[in-house]
Design a protein around this ligand. Structure first.
Ligand SMILES: Cc1cc2nc3c(=O)[nH]c(=O)nc-3n(C[C@H](O)[C@H](O)[C@H](O)COP(=O)(O)OP(=O)(O)OC[C@H]3O[C@@H](n4cnc5c(N)ncnc54)[C@H](O)[C@@H]3O)c2cc1C
Ligand code: FES
Ligand code: FES
Length: 1213
């Protein structure tokens, strides 16, 4: 693939590896091709990880290095993303830069829709996207209007949004837009003239590339293609490689011959006729989208029903990089069960033109899709084109999809629905309904359609249709992919949506319009946002402290020059290490047969625990011969000359297992079997049991909170180099805790620590996942380097990383709460069960932290908490931003919510007015503090968010809307910046001041995007001001956050309409860095509580091993309006420059979105006659949200009888 060619062959390391499967955009490059027929140059972005080098004949590839650098000239895109603070750890930045650069090459003045579309295929785990979009927005000529509420109330254009600023506040500019480099297209690289000449003059000839294990043939004529396919019917046709590529990489598919017909002109022909358009099968989905957009403008609207439905799907299908290469023919023939286009093609009566020895037309209908990834095409047949008809008089078509994320996510259920009415009546002449996601392939609701055809389209007919549909589209409760009840309810509710729109069509003249208007408004909400920051003017102009200074490496991160671990050039004789992991959750290892692995060309050795020369305890958990305790447990490691050879070797290591009885996966099973890491923890103040006797009400509830994958963009990476002298090792690694890695390696090798030097230049994101886990893998890599005497590199693939390294602890939280009629909580008893996985790792610290934070912001006089770390046969969980606090406080806030629901009163009243700490108080662990700033944050948040007015308008909205509900929640936080573990509270640094005045600081902190070096430089310049007294880090960071959401009750989809955060972070050393941390943490929290779901099979195998299965927030998920305020006038005597720690606390505030969703769901339940507390587990995915809404459609789905089937996935925790 192009990515490894760029990185390994050309040493162009600016293009990054993030997932290898087209799902993250870190590897984005621009591909340019000259088109002789039009004499134009086409530029498009593409994922280098899926781009075969063999397909690039005649193309020019531009990488991030090609557009600008710090030595010559930085490109404006690089500069603006950097200056807008859009680069934290910087690992995603080159990909973002290239997506935006490509957009500008095609459209120098893009609008906001273009920008968000261009960035839709790029993930960032640090920034929360706002600053990236802000940087890109500077190229747009659109007004900087906030567009809040679709220019309605609250929008800046109505003069509503500018909050009053006091005199001592500066305007909220995080970067200066005045002195930005202008975009000058004449400075861009020109397309190589020799390629134009080549395309114009040289005849196209077929090509053949022969590798060790496969042959790649690229024909140029249709005749040749047909001949090849006839002689090699099993050879795949590789077009965009977005299906074949991932199959080869992740599923081990292997093809000795590959045919690549991307130069066969016949596959790209487009013919427009009055009957419809015939599109060449080789056209990319972007080309198809542009073509249909043109047609929709050109021809009368009533003829474009099918085109508009396809456009609806194409807008959300994959990211732009995928759409730029994936072809229409490839999409059809791939026959994904949840293909977005196939249900529309099928319902729209589209026709395939197919060729083998002869040509024929095939109707794309239910008979075409015959099974998972299978069609009725014969192996030697090639799809030439697809014919899409124009719609006829009285014919209407719609497409809908529901996916785990709004964009760039394969749909859970997707559908195309077409109806044709008899002229002048509402009698149905034709009806065609196809679904994806409810079977092994695209399926037709034939019986349902037959039951409706010939009848009037009315309530009676439709209500019978739902019953028929329920019968016709049924899924086994063990259906692969799970979500069975949700999928079934979606089939009904999407038909209902279709019904609403058809009613509107039928009765356009008399229709009142309200319901339809709602749907349209929902679809057209603009993805725009703005922030407001306030910074104090308390220093002289040249004092950098408190200024929004750019991250000091941002520019080199944006140019791709910043060096990450795997960018370190290959050493002489370097080997690659690939880990072999257990496929059993709980088993004895009987034997490990490495003989075949050693025969694989390039394989040098296989490392097992027997090779560990020193203490095994640093790795004993993992190099665990003779027993394994989770799937993903490291057993041994293969080292070879190249990564592919090591992979091949690892694949043929044979491990003999003897399964041990009764693996434990869930906390319920752990409780039953008393499988714990001891000790259990308990904390209590007051007398809880006695207090329960005196309260007006007692309520008991529970909430389950799933885990969270760190999904740092840079996977675990390290290079270990034996220095050849005195048994020394140099270790270059991407790690948060180099000291721990140093100690671990030294003990594992049985050498003194001073022989091991660990180097961490920067880390491409970590979030807690690069503390213990990195050290363990570094130990194994060091053993390999030690044994072979050669440098060894280990860079985990995304899937391996997700499988092996664990995640945030999933938690089951139970509460018993005693409260008075006014909502005052007098007693609370909370139990936390954390799923630790197979080793203790940092679980005991996590469960301790859980108890220390269970009060959050509330003064509960009688409070008891108990927590326990459950030992299970899942991969060991570990530290994650917030370290147990986000789990702890969710349980507390859920309890408060239950109290409010029990009493039928406003949750914010129960929180702020009634139970919040009001005066200098002692926490349940006897720490005295003054909640003044907590209350200020709370009050300011309510004021800035215009809480009271919006609460009223939400009530009105909910009264007027049946299927969409709005909800709002305000959540406070009191977060202790005080690490309970003494050893990690220490820090040292060595400062060298050289004669020329330059300074070198060596220290134990690591730069992982949080701007430690930037802030260090800011305070370093005026070092003498440093306060060196007080009690370091024994303080709280306070904040409050109000979020509003709009939920589509029919699908569970939601949109965050607005978020306002007020944070007390003392005096910010660098507001841009701190606001970046606030926004990034908030979005990560939003992911935790509403989207990100780790799924395990019933035998403990992690299903979710990449961005295709595990969805982190993307640019489409940021709140439409996002305001961040830093509390003014706050001081902190305990830390440098009165600043406060901010990296961790805000993550919990993402739960405001969770509780806003719960608020909206409650409004929907009221319509179903259901009041009072209910359980909504976290994350509040569309599935959980939709089912909790209890619509007439979810009510129709019969629940499968527990115990009568094996569910597809475990219910973790
Ligand atoms: C990250 C990612 C996100 C995605 N998201 C979505 C999504 O949201 N919705 C969705 O519907 N899809 C999605 N997809 C799937 C994507 O749309 C398909 O993989 C793509 O359309 C296949 O086209 P291709 O040109 O890349 O096919 P290739 O991978 O090149 O080929 C796929 C198969 O089609 C066959 N084939 C290709 N062309 C022809 C032809 N002309 N005649 C006969 N056989 C042919 C090949 O032999 C091969 O078996 C996603 C894929 C990725 C990687
Ligand atoms: S590495 Fe290519 S898209 Fe993730
Ligand atoms: S800055 Fe985007 S992933 Fe770190």
């Amino acid at each position: 693939m192009l990515l490894s060619y760029l990185r390994e062959r050309l040493r162009l390391t600016g293009t990054k590896y993030g997932c290898g499967g087209g799902g993250c955009g870190a590897c984005t490059v621009m591909v340019s091709r000259y088109q002789p027929s039009t004499k134009t140059i086409l530029h498009y972005s593409a994922n280098a990880c899926l781009l075969p080098v063999c397909q690039l004949q005649g193309a020019a590839v531009t990488t991030v290095e090609g557009i600008g650098n710090t030595k010559t000239r930085v490109h404006p895109v690089q500069e603006r993303i950097a200056k807008a603070h859009g680069s934290q750890c910087g690992f995603c930045t080159p990909g973002m830069v290239m997506s935006m650069y490509t957009l500008l090459r095609n459209k120098p003045q893009p609008n906001m829709e273009d920008i968000t579309e261009a960035l839709g295929g790029n993930l960032c785990r640090c920034t929360g996207y706002r600053p990236i979009v802000d940087g890109c927005k500077t190229f747009s000529q659109e007004s900087n209007c906030c567009q809040a509420n679709g220019n309605g109330a609250g929008c800046c254009l109505n003069g509503d949004s500018s909050p009053q600023r006091s005199e001592n506040e500066l305007p909220p500019q995080l970067f200066d837009q005045e002195d930005l480099l202008p975009l000058d297209p004449t400075q861009d690289l020109i397309f190589p003239p020799e390629l134009i000449l080549m395309a114009e003059t040289e005849p196209q000839v077929s090509q053949l590339f022969r590798g060790d294990r496969m042959v790649w043939v690229s024909p140029v004529s249709l005749e040749e293609l047909i001949q090849l396919k006839t002689s090699h019917p099993q050879a795949p046709l590789v077009m965009g490689n977005t299906n074949i590529g991932p199959d080869i990489k992740f599923k081990g598919a292997w093809h000795p011959i590959i045919i690549s017909p991307t130069r066969v002109q016949e596959l790209f022909k487009v013919t427009k006729t009055p009957q419809g358009v015939c599109i060449g099968a080789g056209c990319s989905l972007s080309v198809v989208k542009a073509l249909l957009e043109g047609l929709v403008q050109e021809i009368p609207e009533e003829k474009t029903e099918i085109y508009r439905s396809l456009l609806q799907q194409l807008g959300n299908l994959g990211g732009q990089q995928i759409r730029n290469v994936a072809t229409i023919g490839g999409n059809i023939v791939s026959a994904y069960p949840n293909s977005d286009l196939n249900p529309v093609f099928a319902a729209g009566n589209c026709i395939l033109n197919v060729a083998s020895k002869s040509e024929q037309e095939i109707l794309l209908n239910k008979d075409f899709f015959v099974g998972f990834g299978k069609t009725s095409l014969k192996p030697d047949e090639v799809v030439l084109s697809v014919f899409i008809p124009v719609s006829r008089q009285g014919e209407f078509m719609r497409a809908f999809r529901q996916a785990p994320r709004k964009e760039n996510a394969l749909a859970t259920v997707t559908t195309g629905m077409r109806v044709m009415f008899t002229e002048g009546s509402s009698v149905v002449k034709e009806l065609s309904i196809y679904y994806g996601g409810v079977g092994p392939c695209t399926v037709s609701a034939t019986k349902t359609c037959a039951a409706v055809i010939g009848r009037k389209w009315d309530e009676q007919t439709l209500s019978e249709a739902y019953t028929q549909l329920l019968d016709e589209i049924s899924l086994s409760p063990s259906h692969p992919g799970g979500q069975v009840e949700f999928r079934r309810s979606l089939t009904l509710s999407l038909l209902f949506k279709f019904n609403l729109q058809m009613l509107h069509k039928l009765w356009e003249m008399v229709w009142t319009g309200s319901l339809f208007a709602q749907l349209v408004a929902y679809l057209h909400l603009k993805n725009l946002h703005h922030y407001t920051g306030t910074f104090l003017k308390y220093q002289s102009g040249d004092d950098p402290v408190g200024r929004p200074i750019m991250h000091r490496s941002a520019i080199s991160q944006a140019t791709g020059e910043a060096v990450y671990c795997d960018d370190i050039p290959k050493m002489e004789g370097e080997l690659h290490l690939v880990l072999v992991t257990s496929t059993r959750p709980h088993a004895k290892i009987l034997d490990i047969d490495i003989s075949e692995a050693l025969q694989v060309p390039g394989v040098v050795d296989v490392i097992t625990s027997k090779d560990i020369p020193g203490k095994k305890f640093r790795t004993f958990m993992y190099v665990a011969v003779p027993q394994v305790s989770c799937v993903g447990h490291m057993v041994c490691a293969v080292v070879a000359d190249t990564r592919n050879q090591a992979k091949r070797g690892a694949a043929v290591v044979k491990i003999g297992y003897e399964d041990l009885p009764g693996p434990v996966f869930t906390v319920e099973e752990a409780i039953e079997k008393q499988s714990f890491f001891l000790p259990k923890r308990m904390i209590e103040q007051g007398n809880v049991d006695e207090a329960f006797d005196k309260v007006d009400h007692i309520y008991e509830g529970a909430i389950r909170l799933g885990g969270q994958e760190h999904f740092y963009m840079e996977t675990q990476s390290m290079v270990v180099v034996p220095s050849g002298e005195e048994r020394e090792l140099k270790v270059y690694l991407s790690c948060q805790h180099p000291t721990y890695a140093q100690e671990s390696i030294a003990e594992t090798l049985g050498i003194p620590s001073n022989r091991v030097s660990c180097h961490v230049k920067r880390v491409g994101g970590a979030f807690g996942g690069k503390v213990t886990k990195t050290s363990i893998i570094a130990c194994i890599t060091s053993v390999a380097a030690w044994k072979t005497g050669r440098a060894v590199r280990c860079v985990l693939e995304r899937g391996e990383d997700m499988l092996i390294t664990g995640a945030r602890h999933p938690v089951l939280g139970k509460h018993k709460v005693g409260f008075m009629n006014n909502g005052r909580i007098m007693a609370a008893d909370l139990h936390y069960y954390a799923n630790s996985g197979n080793t203790a790792d940092e679980s005991l610290l996590v469960i301790e932290k859980i108890l220390l934070h269970l009060d959050n912001a509330y003064n509960v006089p009688n409070l008891r908490g108990r927590s326990v770390a459950c030992k299970t046969n899942l991969p060991s969980n570990t530290a994650f931003r917030g370290f147990g606090v986000p789990q702890s406080m969710l349980v507390t806030e859920n309890m408060i919510n239950d109290v409010a629901m029990m009493l039928g009163c406003n949750a914010e009243e129960v929180r702020g007015k009634i139970n919040m700490y009001k005066e200098v108080s002692l926490t349940h662990y006897k720490f005295e503090f003054d909640p003044k700033n907590l209350l200020r944050c709370w009050d300011e948040c309510k004021e800035k968010s215009d809480y009271d007015r919006r609460r009223k308008s939400i009530g009105q909205f909910n009264q007027q809307n049946r299927w969409k509900k709005r909800g709002m929640a305000t959540i406070p936080i009191k977060f202790d910046i005080f690490c309970v573990c003494v050893s990690v509270r220490q820090a040292a640094s060595l400062v060298h001041i050289y004669k020329d005045g330059s300074v070198l600081v060596s220290h134990g902190g690591t730069e992982m995007g949080q701007g430690i070096h930037t802030k260090m430089q800011q305070v370093g310049i005026v070092f003498s001001h440093l306060k060196q007294e007080g009690q370091p880090y024994a303080y709280y960071t306070y904040g409050a956050c109000c979020s509003e959401v709009e939920v589509d009750c029919l699908t569970g989809d939601y949109r965050t309409v607005r978020t306002d955060i007020v944070m007390d972070i003392g005096r910010s050393i660098n507001p841009s860095v701190d606001i970046g941390q606030i926004e990034g943490a908030f979005i990560q929290g939003l992911g935790l509580y509403t989207m990100e779901e780790l799924k395990f099979s019933p035998s403990g195998v992690l299903y979710t091993r990449g961005p295709s299965q595990y969805k982190i927030p993307a640019v489409c998920d940021i709140p439409l309006q996002f305001n961040v305020y830093l509390l003014s006038g706050s001081d902190n005597p305990h830390a440098i420059y009165s600043s406060k720690g901010i990296g961790e606390p805000v993550l919990f505030l993402g739960s405001s979105v969770f509780f806003a969703i719960k608020d909206a769901v409650a409004a929907s339940r009221v319509e179903a006659g259901m009041v009072g507390p209910f359980t909504l587990d976290s994350p509040a995915t569309p599935e959980r949200t939709c089912l909790a809404c209890n619509t007439p459609f979810t009510q129709k789905i019969p629940a499968s009888k527990q115990g009568s089937f094996q569910p597809w996935a475990l219910n973790i925790p």
